[in-house]
Every structure is written in C-alpha cells, then in structure tokens.
Design a protein around this ligand. Structure first.
Ligand code: GCW
Length: 668
C-alpha cells in the first residue's frame, strides 16, 4: 500500500488488560453500515490487540433479555436509543453495549470504542452518550477531473485522474477515515465546474459514481456533486440557463430524473453561482433564490438538497473605489432573500466575509438570517494559512467562530447554535470544510495537517469538545500515548495558529500574500488588483475603514456587535485593521503603538516557529523516523518562510512610517 491510514494506522498494544471483551461480538442486522461497524471492531481488535473476534449473529428480538447476555460486545439497534447518528456505549458486568436508533450510530460508536482502546483507556465502567450536534458534517473537495486539485497541497486527486472517476481501495480507506470522525457527506468535485466536470451528472459517469456512492453509503456518507449552472446550455444545447424559462426548468427536471436514477444514493448538489466568473441567475436578472429554488424543485422528488454558496461578490473592483466593499457583498445579496428559499435549499456561508484569512470577523449573515437553512463553510485546506507547508492547527480558530455570539437573541445565539439548527428550529444545516487531502502517502502533505481533518470531523460532531482535547485525541491515535510525545505535539499544534497570525498580516487585515498562488508575503500584491482585497496603508496608517464613515460594513451586525465594531476603542484589537484605518502611532491596550506591535509580533512569530522546531526536535527517537524527517523538513522551510514574512512586513511598514523599532532590531 502506498499510503498510510493516518489516525487509523493501528499499533499493536503489548499490554492491554481488557482484551477479553473483544473475544465475541454479538450483532443484529446485516445492513451495509452495521457490517462496516462489525468490520471496524474486528479490525481494531485484530490489529491493536491481536484478537480474532468471533461474530455471533442474533435474531432481532434477542438482546433485551439481559439474562441471556454473555460476555462480549453487543452492537444493538434500539428504537428508543439515541438517534440522528447518536450512540450510547456502556459497560456492565463484562459486557460492552453499543446502542443506537440507527446503524450510523452503531458505526460511530464502534469507531469510538476502538479509539478508547487506541488511547489505552479503560473500558470498565465506560459510559458515553454522544449525539452529533450538526445534522450535516461535510467535506468539500475541490478536485478536478484531470486529477489536479484547486488549492490542493497534498498531491493529486484520488477521486479523478485523466477525466475518469477512480473507485478502489483508497476510496474505501478514505470513507473509513472520514466516517471515523463522523463525516456524513462528501462533495467530490470542485465547485468551479468547467468542461468535462459538467458531465458528471450525465450517464457518462453513471457506473463509477454509482459505485462510489455505494462505497460511501456503507460508511454512512452521502455522495454529493458540484454542478454547473450553465449545464442546460453546455450539455443541453439550449440558448439560455434562465431559471425562470420553462425549457430550462424542464431540462433540469429531466436531467435530475436521469442523474438520480443513475446514482440512487446521491445526496444532492453544491452550487457556486455568480462567483468568480461562474455562471448564475444574475445573467438573467434573476435572484439567487430564483436560481436555487429552480434546482431545488428539480431534485425534490428524489429527496435531494441544493447547497448554494454565498460567496458572491464583485471581483472586478477598482482600487480607487472606496465604497464598494467585498466584505458586505454576501450580506447585501442574501439578507433580503431570507425566507425565500425552499426547504431543501441550504445556504453555505464562509466563516468570514472575505475568504478564509488567518483572522476575520464572523460573517454577519449568521444570526441575521433566521428563516433560511445554513451551513458554515470553513477551509482546512490551508490556502491562506501556510498551504500545509506550515503547521497551522485551525481548530482553535473554528472554536472561536462557533462560539461567536451573534446576538440574534438573548441566549443560544452563537454560530454553533444557528448551524446546528437549534436556534431557529431547522433540520437542514451543519458544517462543511474545504478538504485538505490528496494522494500523498500521508493524505495531507504535512503530517500534522491531518489534525485539521480529524479535528474538523470531531468538532462538527461535537462542537463542545475543546481544541486541546481534539489535539490530544488525534495525537494519541496517531502517535500513541507516550506522555512526552503527546505533550510536545499538542503544544506545537496549539501554538501554531497564533504563531502564523503573528508573522503574517497584522490585526485582521489579511491578504498581503502573493497573488494567484496565495503563498508567501507580498504586501502590495493585491493592493492595486481587482479583487476587493485592500489594506489601504499609507505613510500615516493602515486599515480599511468599515465603520459608518467608510463602507458601513460594521453596521451589518446585530447590536451590540455593530456598535462594538463601529468604534476603534471598542473593536476587538485582533480585528482592528479589518474595521478601521488606524494611525501607526495609535496606542493599543497593551501600551504599545500600532507600529511597535507590528514589529514585536513579527519578531515573536518567528521565535514561536523556533520553539516549535525545538519541541519537534525533542521527539526524534519517539515518533517514526519517516514522519519525523518529513515534518522536520517542512518546519525548516516554515522557519525560512516566516523570516521572509517578518522582514518584508517590518521593512514595508518601517519604510512607510519612518518610525524606528524601539528595540533597535534589524529591520531591512
Ligand atoms: O478564495 C477563492 C479561492 C478559489 C476558490 C474560491 C471559492 C474554488 O482562491 O480557488 O475557488 O475561493 O471558494 O469558490
């Protein structure tokens, strides 16, 4: 096999006192998902404990009678048990019960049980009740049919090669990994659907996609596709893709009938429309709701859903234009449509109003939209956060986003409350991450980037887990329970996002990356470009004025957030330059001027990378040599890159401001 199984690469435990449970596994039901649960327990027992588990099939009625119960593990479907993928695991008198209302719960419970063993936890007296908070927990792959991956940093696609769909062992292992952390939906192709990818909905790809759907289904994962809004023109030869035109509606209805017949397990579609050159309803003077609803009607007979992205903005802005604000656009386009979308439409909203920067405020759509299904979109592909060459554990960032109080009501108003459906009593909602995987042998390029994949799934399932807990879990599953390793790796992970933020663009301003590839520093790279991504630095100060005197973006938030962001004095400092133009001499709460903060944080960021390397160095004999070397190499590169960031940013602002570093350090 030319790839590892990441956190499912089991290590044999020489001593584990509670092996005996695994001698026998009692199971009811023979559906695909329950069979996967059985397989996972047996595989874990064999590889970790060296035990060949005997499987005992039970008639559906047995299991309730506790007197008949013998030692072992029971996978037990119980209509009164936790539903929605939830499960209960408990140990009682030598028996481990995994109970759930649906097979998905049994599968998640089985993975959890194996995780307990991997982490060398005792099973005696175990009592866990877990119910996933977010109904949809999705990965979005930006994989192209030729095998390339847009913003992919881990090799080629394992879904496509040379315009063919690949279904094989790796598909299955991918499904195992994704399901083990609770993922239940996967979009396999890029949201930018062009050329051949438009045909994924046709008969041409029916056989392989049907198989892929089946492989996924066995692991409780639904297959989704991205579609091209202009398909009626490109595939159907129509003159228009106007969502209100009868021939267009009929074309989609006929096509969807065929597509769902070909791929019965299909969950629906993800759509990027009217964004960065992609076609959409705006061409025909129709709203985003008219476009989405037309597709929703076509997929409705098959139980399909339409996930419609809100990443709609003017990408041909002039830098002199100080009024147009990309940050406002999703809000301005979608807020007036609240309540207009069909029940099987979900709006997918990027976490921030710009584009996955290291620091952004939360999108103001969260909390404002109250009559619309919503998915929060985050990016674990580290497009703007070091491209999986730098270690940057993003779960702490996601935790902050989920915990943000939108103020849409007194209590239960956080982003987590909204996207789970609790806040506005909705069912079609959840979380999606732009995936960070590829055909590299470790799946994610940087071995430590796997913590973001693992962590995203775990967090989407259980948002109350802390970033530290998730780091520890991932680390113990991946590297074992050696305290020194766990301590150092968790420390590295927890330091990494703040470190990246310190040595890149300051206080929420973002960008300052090289255009196109988005890697490495280029302070003015986007300043005079058309993408609406400015820092507005001059010789007196820096920042985009987004209060009332500027673009007014701060006012899109609900009170008191709007007032808090409106004034520089109350604006959280990590977002200061996102919301305000600030003089270099402005005094921050730390007692430092803005310019001194820029210098200091950039020196600190590099020092943090040095510390990270020191921590990793200490693990030379304690983690597999191949992984040690691979990570070390990337960290050395990260150090170089962070120095480049530090020096370019510091020189730029020194030269603009003419204010010297108080500490007299070298600034070129
Ligand atoms: O920021 C941009 C990325 C594009 C991406 C787009 C999006 C898939 O640079 O590569 O396109 O976001 O989210 O649609």
């Amino acid at each position: 096999m030319d790839y590892s199984l990441a956190w499912l690469s089991y290590r044999r435990l020489p001593f584990y006192e509670e092996k005996e449970y695994f001698q026998k596994l009692y199971v009811q039901g023979e559906d695909g998902i329950t069979s996967s649960a059985v397989y996972e327990i047996c595989r874990g027992a064999e590889e970790i404990l060296g035990i060949r588990t005997e499987i005992v099939r039970l008639p559906v009625s047995v299991g309730n009678e506790k007197s008949e119960v013998k030692e072992g593990i029971y996978l037990f479907l119980d209509s009164n048990g936790p539903s929605g993928g939830g499960y209960r695991i408990f140990e009682e008198k030598g028996v481990i019960w995994i109970t759930a209302a649906e097979p998905e719960g049994l599968l998640y419970g089985s993975f959890e049980l194996i995780r307990q063993v991997q982490r060398e936890r005792t099973l005696k007296g175990l009592e866990l009740l877990r119910i996933p908070e977010n109904p949809l927990r999705m990965l979005n792959h930006w994989d192209n049919l030729d095998g390339s991956i847009e913003r992919g940093y881990s090799g080629k696609s394992f879904f496509f090669r040379d315009n063919e769909v690949l279904v094989g062992k790796r598909t299955e292992d991918y499904a195992r990994l994704a399901a083990s952390v609770g993922i239940n939906g996967v979009v396999i192709n890029n949201v930018n659907v062009t050329e051949r990818a438009t045909k994924l909905i046709t008969c041409e790809y029916a056989i392989s996609l049907k198989r892929m759907g089946e492989v996924f289904s066995k692991y409780g994962i639904r297959l989704y596709l991205s579609l091209n809004f202009a398909a009626p023109i490109e595939l159907g030869g129509l003159a228009t893709a106007d969502p209100e035109a009868m021939e267009v509606r009929e074309w989609w209805q006929a096509q969807m009938k065929e597509t769902f017949r070909n791929i019965p397990s299909l969950g629906g579609f993800l759509v990027k429309a009217d964004s960065e050159g992609r076609p959409g309803p705006f061409t025909y003077d129709r709203t985003q709701a008219q476009g989405a609803n037309m597709l929703a009607e076509a997929v409705k007979p098959y139980g399909g859903i339409i996930i419609w992205r809100c990443f709609v903005y003017n990408c041909t802005q002039d830098w002199r234009d100080q009024k147009t604000d990309r940050a406002r656009s999703a809000y301005d386009y979608f807020m007036p449509l609240d309540g207009d979308f069909h029940e099987n439409v979900i709006l997918q909203i990027k976490n921030g109003p710009m584009d996955f920067q290291v620091r952004e405020p939360v999108s103001p759509l969260f909390g404002a939209l109250s009559k619309t299904n919503q998915i929060l979109e985050v990016q674990i592909a580290q497009e703007y956060t070091g491209q999986q060459k730098h270690v940057c554990y993003l779960i702490p960032q996601f935790k902050e986003i989920l915990g943000f109080h939108t103020r849409c009501r007194e209590e239960g108003d956080t982003v987590a409350d909204i996207i789970s459906g609790r806040c506005f009593s909705r069912r079609n909602c959840g979380m999606a991450a732009v995936a960070n995987t590829g055909s590299d042998s470790n799946w994610t390029g940087h071995d430590l980037a796997a913590a973001n994949w693992y962590g995203f799934g775990r967090l989407a399932f259980e948002p109350s887990l802390s970033a530290e807990d998730i780091a520890r879990e991932w680390c113990e599953c991946t590297f074992g329970t050696n305290a020194q390793v766990v301590h150092a790796v968790c420390k590295i992970l927890m330091m990494s996002w703040p470190a990246y933020e310190k040595y890149t663009s300051p206080l929420g301003i973002g960008w300052m990356v090289n255009p196109n590839n988005h890697y490495g520093p280029s302070v003015d790279g986007y300043e005079y470009d058309r993408w609406g991504t400015y820092h507005r630095a001059d010789h007196l100060g820096i920042g985009v004025e987004r209060g009332k005197a500027g673009t007014g973006f701060a006012q899109t938030y609900l009170e008191p957030n709007a007032s808090i962001y409106e004034e520089a004095e109350t604006c959280p400092e990590e977002l200061l330059l996102f919301f305000h133009y600030i003089p270099y001499t402005y005094m921050l709460k730390s007692g430092k001027t803005l310019i001194q903060h820029i210098y200091d944080s950039h020196f600190e960021g590099v020092e943090d990378v040095e510390k990270i390397i020191g921590l990793w160095e200490g693990l030379r004999e304690l983690v597999p040599g191949e992984i040690f070397d691979r990570v070390k190499l990337r960290m050395e590169h990260q150090l170089e890159s962070s120095l480049e960031w530090r020096d370019q940013i510091n020189s730029y602002f020194y030269r603009k401001s003419f204010i010297a570093d108080e500490k007299g350090r070298t600034i070129y």
